[in-house]
Structures are given as C-alpha cells and as structure tokens.
Design a protein around this ligand. Structure first.
Ligand SMILES: Nc1nc2c(ncn2[C@@H]2O[C@H](COP(=O)(O)OP(=O)(O)OP(=O)(O)O)[C@@H](O)[C@H]2O)c(=O)[nH]1
Ligand SMILES: [Mg+2]
Length: 320
C-alpha cells in the first residue's frame, strides 16, 4: 500500500468558556477566563515517505481550552496539534483552493488557529457593573477541509511504457531494490533511489488511455512534477519507437502539460538485445523526437557510466 492522497478535516481547539462565580464573603466576581483552544500546525518528518499513516484518518482536532475557574483562575490552554507529513507534501484548502507546500525540512506551518477563551465575569467587571453575572463563551477554533497530496521530491524521473526497463535502471544506478519482472505493471507505486545524494524516482509504466484510468492510470505522475530532468525509457525491442514515445507524451500532457517543458533525455534501453547497426538506426529515429537520445543497457558498463556522468554533470550544473 502506498497512500499519496488523503482528505482530512482539521478542527482547531475551541476556547474554554469564561467562568461565572463570586467570592463567598465579598460577593465580588471571581470567575476566570477560559483557556485558548490548541492550534494545528503542519510540519515535516524526514522519516516519512508516504501518507500511509493517514490512510484511514478523516478528522484531526486540537485540544479545546479548559473553562475558566473560580478564584480568577484561568482555564488551561488546549495543546497544539502538530501533524507530521513527508517532505514534498501539499496541503490544499478544499474551500478556497489555496495550497501550501512543505518543501523544506524545517517547514512548520500554522493551518488552523485555536479559538480564544471567553472572559470570566471577573474580567468583565467595570465601573458601571462591578458584579457582572455573566461570562463570555469561548470562540470556536478555525476549521479547514484539506486534501493532502504527496509529491515526491526527486531530481530525476524515470518514465516510459510498462516493461521498458525503468526499475532495472533505477536498481543499477542506485542501491534501490525495486521489483523487476518480464511483464507490464511490475511497479505498482513509485520507487526512489539515490545517486550522489540526488534522488531518482521510478514510477509505474504508462499505457495509452492511462489518463482515462487504464493500467495504473496517471495518478503517479504527480511524483515527477518536481524533477529537473526526465529520463524517458523506450525499449530497444520496440518496433514502433515513435508510437511508444507519443503514447507516453500524450498521457503526460493529459496529466500536466508543464511536464513537457521539462528537460528530458530519451534512453533507448536494453540495447544488448539488438546489434550495433540497429542501435544506430534506432538512435537516429529517436534523435528526431528529442536531440538528447542515448543507448543504454544494464549489461553495458560503458553506457551506464555515460549516463551517470550526465546525471552528475546535471548535479554540478544545479549546484552552481
Ligand atoms: N536484456 C536486457 N533486459 C533488461 C534490461 N533492462 C531491463 N531488462 C528486463 O526487462 C524486463 C522489465 O524490466 P523492469 O525494470 O521491470 O521494467 P519497468 O519499466 O520497471 O516495468 P514496469 O514496472 O512494469 O513499468 C525485466 O525482465 C528486465 O530483466 C537490459 O538492459 N537488458
Ligand atoms: Mg518497474
């Protein structure tokens, strides 16, 4: 199970009611103020990489403030609630459409403010009314209907048809141990791996009609929205390179046209399965679709080295 979207209703704490009471002998007002309701904050927990822990959570509330007490004693404030999310989480206000992104490990964002406590009758006394017989009710805490969306933070994104060899490349380039098999839809949810401290995301394969929900659909494309470079894998076994390319590009466009503006390299994968003449021919075909096209095989060290150096240069480019 990999949960990357949940809907949660947030309710900050209600303020405690003010107290109505009187000093037994003097008769003056003694009711204390109610405590503040707890606030709700979102923060980043680097240990988290999915929203699985919120899979069955529909509502989260911070503690209410306690009512005021006798002898002018204020009620206790409600405890704040801190909700931990993975880095790369977007919190969307379903009513206004506003979005907040948690993009840095130290992000802490106030989502809902707790309600003020009500004044007790002691605080309400005045020159005109020295013994008020009423107190104020605590205010409701703010509420927020949210959709929480995880977009993995990755530098490079592997895309392509099912079985194109994406997970094999991830495993070969990094220490990842993604499942690999000779049939489509082996990868059911995104895998991550690190190369020189930068993250590569491998997402499930796309097929024609993915945007209409065929195969595993396009819901995982959100995880490559933040990458700086797309690695589009096309198998050397393919007899229709252009067709394969356009299928994936069309489905990507249907998800988010901005993905097409990202830098990309086409990787002609599994080149150990064809001869060098055929490789040259296929690379020439691919270069018409994207000037940046190169052959690769997990069994060809030289090609792997070349790709690694491109990714490393990419890293250097970004660092400066
Ligand atoms: N000969 C050869 N086979 C490869 C190479 N890369 C991957 N394969 C094989 O191709 C098949 C599919 O590989 P995967 O890495 O699972 O492909 P994928 O793109 O992740 O597939 P999905 O997760 O289904 O989208 C497996 O049988 C791999 O062993 C390669 O460079 N050479
Ligand atoms: Mg895979």
């Amino acid at each position: 199970m990999f949960v990357d979207e949940v809907t949660i209703n947030l309710i900050a704490g209600r303020g405690g009611d003010g107290k109505i009471s009187f000093f037994p002998k003097r008769g003056g007002p003694s009711g204390g103020n109610g405590g503040r309701g707890g606030d709700i904050y979102a923060r980043v927990d680097l240990q988290l990489s999915s929203l699985n822990k919120y899979a069955s959570v529909t509502k989260l509330a911070a503690e209410d403030g306690r009512p005021g007490e006798m002898n002018r004693r204020a009620g206790k404030d409600g405890k704040n609630l801190y909700i931990d999310f993975p880095l790369g989480t977007t919190i969307k206000d379903l009513d206004s459409g506003d979005e907040i992104e948690l993009n840095s490990k130290d992000d802490q964002v106030l989502l809902c403010r707790g309600g003020e406590g009500g004044l007790g009758n002691d605080a309400l006394k005045s020159a005109i009314n020295r013994t008020p017989k009423e107190a104020k009710a605590g205010k409701e805490g703010q509420t927020l209907n949210t959709k929480i969306i995880l977009r993995l933070i990755a530098d490079f994104g592997l895309i392509g048809l099912p079985n194109a060899g994406k997970s094999s490349l991830l495993n070969t380039l990094t220490a990842a141990q993604a499942r690999i098999a000779d049939y489509p839809f082996t990868t059911l949810s995104p895998n991550l791996g690190a190369i020189d401290g930068k993250i590569i995301a491998d997402i499930p394969g796309l097929i024609e009609g993915a945007s209409a929900g065929r195969g595993l659909g396009i819901k995982f494309l959100k995880h490559i929205e933040k990458v700086s470079l797309l690695l589009h894998c096309i198998s050397a076994e393919s007899t229709d390179l252009e067709g394969d390319f356009h299928t994936v590009v069309t489905e990507m466009t249907n998800h988010n046209p901005l993905l097409l503006e990202k830098k990309s390299i086409i990787l002609l994968t599994k080149t150990d399965l064809i001869d060098s003449q055929e490789i040259t021919k296929k690379i020439n075909t691919l270069k018409k679709l994207n000037k940046e096209s190169m052959p690769i095989s997990i069994f060809d060290e030289k090609s792997l080295k070349q790709l690694k150096s491109i990714l490393t240069n990419k890293i250097d480019e970004n660092a400066t």
